[in-house]
Each structure stands twice: as structure tokens, then as C-alpha cells.
Design a binder for this molecule. Structure first.
Ligand code: ADP
Ligand code: ZN
Ligand code: MG
Length: 515
């Protein structure tokens, strides 16, 4: 067996969420529009028409480039890329050839997969450029057996940013993790929803293999002919197609006949394999030349403005949630994955921290004490967000953006838990009611009588019963095993079916045991 390593590079198209198309005023993303309703002489490629650059698309492209750590070209231009295909009315696509808006960036991201060779990967971004989308070929099933193709030009001219990575991925899991991060970045920047199912994010995956020696050094040439797997439209397809190619090419390598030339393939999801694809046009001979109808773009000022306006990117937000709110890395990741949940978490933490600040017992406390409190609040908030709240929302089919509970009420609920006024079980009941009615937690608590019971008589009876029922534990406690107090408190809670105020129970136990 040879020691082989996959070499993977991605070419990604992201549809930009502009109101209008790249070079004309037609609506770019009108949901439910009739086929060919959103067209005009420009995007239908009629002779004598002139394109006008969509400034919003340029801004979005620049934002994307900046988020990927790219240098923004001070001067950038458009080129015509020629090929013949029914989805391309002009016979060329307006794209960018040698002066893309952005180049030479990189993205570092975590890879969470059991068999991933690297837990963190950094992938170079070769370039990002603007172009227009092609029309969409539709193949309706006619039932007649006759093959028919319709062309819907609503998509023709929709703005795209194409991102080309270096050949830097070493596993399908890395490719998937990168795309997931890219999608989140696009959403954070507001440039695209980047939904692969909807074709807003499309990916061509290039893959080849190379041989390594025992020390992990590359044997022979660094790069070999590659397969380009075209038009992958889900994360799963990307992963599967790459895994399939790695296996297929690996077998060729083992048989000492690695691929001799680069080829284009497609993913057949029904058969779960890649297969050779007819090549659109003599690839590589696009006869690029500068688009004479569009002036070059001067981007220096725009880049400065957009850089100053950059929102916090997901990786920075994760790191801040860990350092500022004492979240575990995994929880931070889950929360940041959903921008509206992250905003909500931020608001909840700010309320909780304001409450901590106001606690008289923490006034003038040492930093170590604060640290401990922040970490306690971090654990409490993250578990209530990621399990209880998301669980309750999933069960009722709601979501964070539209739910009736605001951050203030959610924080108030957690303060009740943190201070022992509401136990976890009853707090979950209260949360349900809050999601249902939007009421604030103190009202729900009163209405439903959920508060921790502070009736001294009842708690005292329970304490007496526990002391009588667990003589051995009580004896061991008295002999110095102080950690048994927690057990005895638990038993008092059990006696009162979880209703007792735990602090009260603890105080009474201490009086009885130590007295
Ligand atoms: P092409 O000549 O097919 O246009 P490019 O050099 O423009 O190739 O690269 C296209 C994509 O393929 C990039 O994402 C790049 O990282 C990747 N790539 C280039 N060479 C290889 C290779 N030998 N194996 C895997 N991916 C590669
Ligand atoms: Zn148009
Ligand atoms: Mg290329």
C-alpha cells in the first residue's frame, strides 16, 4: 500500500443578495416570479444594449474579499469570457480575468470530524471576482418521452462572487467545514443567504492525489492532474463526491496508473458516484478580453469604507464568547452558528452580568470570585440556551427570531434559577409558559405556583425525616465527611418533590447536624 494524500481545491460561486441584477435593473431574486418575467434587453443579451455595474454588488464582493483576508485591488476590471451555450445569450459571460476585485487571502477554521487529519486548517484564497450568473436550463418531464429543454432567463445576470481557494484541503471534512464557515460569513456580512439547496452557494471541487514517504514528505511532483467535480449543490454531495474520487483515484495509484490528465466529472447522487462529463467548450480557451462597455473599478476608497464597517466575524465572535462569557468552545460554536441565537445570547449575557454587578455580596470581591461567578453564569446560560431553549423551540416549531420571550425575561428566569428561587424542573415549566404567552417569569411563577417553597415548617419536617432515614450518612458526616451534605440536601429535595428552597434546606440541615 502506498501512502497517499488527497489535494483538494474549491471554486465556489456565491449569489449576491442585491435587489437588482449585476448589469441591469431587473429584480435579481424575486421569489415565485414567472419564468422569464424578470428580463430586459440587457440580460437577454440583445445587440446594442449596454451594461451598467451594480454598485451594491461591488460593495458586497469587496466585503466578502475583506472577510476572507484578501487584498482588495485598487483597480479592477471586467472581461468577457466566451463560450457557447443556450444559457448564455450574449455568447460570453461578463467576468473578471486578470484583475479580480480581491486576491491572496486565507481563512482559518476548525474541523470537527472524527477522522479529520487536522483539527484546524488554514486555506489560502487565491482570488475572489465578480461575474454574472447564467440562465437556468429546465428539463421538465413531459411524459411524452421527448427530451425538452426550457431556458429561464430570470437567473441570467444575477450577481455572483466566485471564490477560488488554493489546493490546500487535505480531506473532504475540511472542504465541508470550510463551506460551512463561508456560508456563515456570507450571512454575517448580509451578502448572501448562501443556501446550497437554493443554488445560492455552488461548488466545484478539484481533487488529485500525491504520494508521501514514511516521514510525510511529498514524493515526486507536488501536484498531479486533477479531477474537477462540477456543480455540487449540497454539503453532503461535496463530501461524498470527494470521498468517492479519493477512493477511485487511490485505486488507480495503487495500480501504478494514476490519472494522466485532468478531467471534468459530475456527481451522480442516485448512483453515489462521479462520472465523466461532457465538457462545455474547449475549456481554457475562453478568449478572454477586456469588457469594452464597462469602465474599470477604482476600489481603494470603497475598501477603506467597507473595512471600517466590517461586522465581527464568526471566528472572532466564538473567541470572544469563550473569553468574555466563559463559554465552552463547543457551546460557543453552536451559538455562533445561528446569528440570531448569538445576538440573543449576547443580550442575555449582558443582562446577567448587569445583575452580577449589582449583587451586594460581590461588591469589592476579588477577581477570582468574579471569575468563578462569570463561569457559573456562562455554564447556566449556555446550557439553558443550547438545550432547554432550543429544545423547547424545536418541539413547538418556533425559532429565536420570532419567539415571544425576550432577552430580559429569559435572563430574569435564569436569575431566579441562579438564586435558587426556582429549581431547574420548574424553570423549564415556566419557560414553556413564557414561550406560549410571552409573560414575564415572575408572573408565570406566581400564577403557576412554581416558586421554591420556603415554608419553614414543611422543610423542617423533611429535614427531620431525612436525618432519621439516613443515620449512617449522618454519622459519617459528623465524623468529617463534609461532602455528604450535598447528598442530604438532595434527599430533602426528594422528600419535598423538588419544591423546597435548596438554600433553606441547606441552612436547616446545617443547624441540625452541627448543632
Ligand atoms: P484550472 O487550470 O483547471 O483552471 P486552476 O489552477 O485555475 O485550475 O485551479 C482551479 C482550482 O483547482 C483551484 O481551487 C485550485 O486550488 C485547484 N487545483 C489546482 N491544481 C490542483 C491539483 N493538482 N489538485 C487538486 N486541486 C487543484
Ligand atoms: Zn435585465
Ligand atoms: Mg482556473
Amino acid at each position: 500500500m502506498k501512502r497517499l494524500e488527497p489535494v483538494i481545491g474549491l471554486e465556489i460561486h456565491v449569489q449576491l443578495k442585491t435587489k437588482t441584477k449585476m448589469f441591469c435593473g431587473c429584480p435579481a431574486h424575486e421569489a415565485g416570479a414567472a419564468p422569464n418575467a424578470n428580463t430586459c434587453p440587457v440580460c437577454l443579451g440583445q445587440p446594442g444594449t449596454l451594461p451598467v455595474v451594480n454598485a451594491e454588488a461591488v460593495k458586497m464582493g469587496v466585503r466578502m474579499g475583506l472577510a476572507l483576508g484578501c487584498a482588495i485591488a485598487p483597480r479592477s476590471k471586467f472581461d468577457r469570457k466566451h463560450y457557447f451555450y443556450p444559457d448564455l445569450p450574449k455568447g460570453y459571460q461578463i467576468s473578471q480575468y486578470d484583475q479580480p476585485i480581491a486576491s491572496e487571502g486565507e481563512l482559518t477554521f476548525e474541523v470537527h470530524a472524527k477522522d479529520a487529519p487536522r483539527p484546524v486548517a488554514t486555506i489560502r484564497i487565491e482570488r475572489a471576482h465578480l461575474e454574472e450568473d447564467a440562465a437556468k436550463n429546465v428539463h421538465p418531464s413531459t411524459g411524452s418521452g421527448l427530451a425538452q429543454t426550457y431556458v429561464d432567463f430570470n437567473r441570467a445576470g444575477v450577481p455572483l462572487v466566485e471564490i477560488v481557494t488554493g489546493p490546500d484541503f487535505r480531506s473532504p471534512a475540511e472542504a465541508k467545514a470550510f463551506l460551512t464557515e463561508l456560508r456563515l460569513i456570507a450571512r454575517t456580512l448580509g451578502v448572501s443567504d448562501a443556501d446550497m439547496e437554493k443554488g445560492q452557494l455552488r461548488c466545484d471541487a478539484n481533487v488529485s492525489m500525491r504520494e508521501l514517504d514514511a516521514d510525510g514528505n511529498v514524493v515526486g511532483p507536488k501536484f498531479h492532474p486533477k479531477t474537477e467535480v462540477k456543480n455540487l449543490n449540497s454539503f453532503r454531495h461535496v463530501e461524498r463526491a470527494l470521498a468517492y474520487e479519493i477512493k477511485r483515484q487511490g485505486e488507480l495509484w495503487e495500480a501504478d496508473s494514476p490519472p494522466a490528465e485532468s478531467t471534468t466529472r459530475g456527481w451522480n447522487d442516485a448512483l453515489q458516484k462521479t462520472e465523466p462529463q461532457r465538457v462545455k467548450e474547449a475549456e481554457g480557451d475562453y478568449r478572454y478580453f477586456p469588457e469594452p462597455d464597462l469602465p474599470p473599478l477604482e476600489l481603494s476608497e470603497l475598501a477603506d469604507v467597507e473595512r471600517a464597517k466590517m461586522p465581527e466575524l464568526p471566528s472572532a465572535k466564538r473567541a470572544r464568547f469563550v473569553s468574555e462569557y466563559a463559554l465552552k468552545g463547543e457551546d460557543a460554536r453552536q451559538i455562533v452558528e445561528d446569528p440570531s441565537l448569538a445576538d440573543f445570547a449576547e443580550a442575555v449575557f449582558s443582562e446577567m452580568h448587569a445583575w452580577l454587578q449589582a449583587l451586594p455580596e460581590l461588591d469589592g470581591a476579588e477577581e477570582a470570585v468574579w471569575e468563578k461567578e462569570r463561569s457559573r453564569i456562562g455554564k447556566l446560560v449556555s446550557s439553558w440556551l443550547t438545550t432547554k431553549l432550543l429544545g423547547a423551540l424545536a418541539a413547538r416549531g418556533g425559532d429565536v427570531r420570532t419567539m415571544k420571550v425576550d432577552a430580559e425575561n429569559f435572563a430574569e428566569l435564569l436569575v431566579l434559577v441562579a438564586t435558587g428561587k426556582l429549581n431547574q424542573t420548574n424553570a423549564a415549566v415556566a419557560l414553556e409558559e413564557m414561550l406560549e404567552s410571552g409573560a414575564d417569569p415572575s408572573h408565570v411563577m406566581e400564577d403557576k405556583r412554581l416558586g421554591a417553597m420556603q415554608d419553614a415548617g414543611v422543610i423542617a419536617t423533611a429535614v427531620d425525616r431525612v436525618i432519621a432515614n439516613f443515620p449512617a450518612e449522618v454519622a459519617r458526616y459528623k465524623a468529617g465527611e463534609k461532602q455528604l451534605l450535598q447528598f442530604l440536601i438532595g434527599m430533602v429535595m426528594k422528600e419535598t418533590e423538588g419544591t423546597a428552597d435548596a438554600k433553606e434546606a441547606r441552612n436547616m440541615l446545617l443547624v441540625k447536624l452541627e448543632g
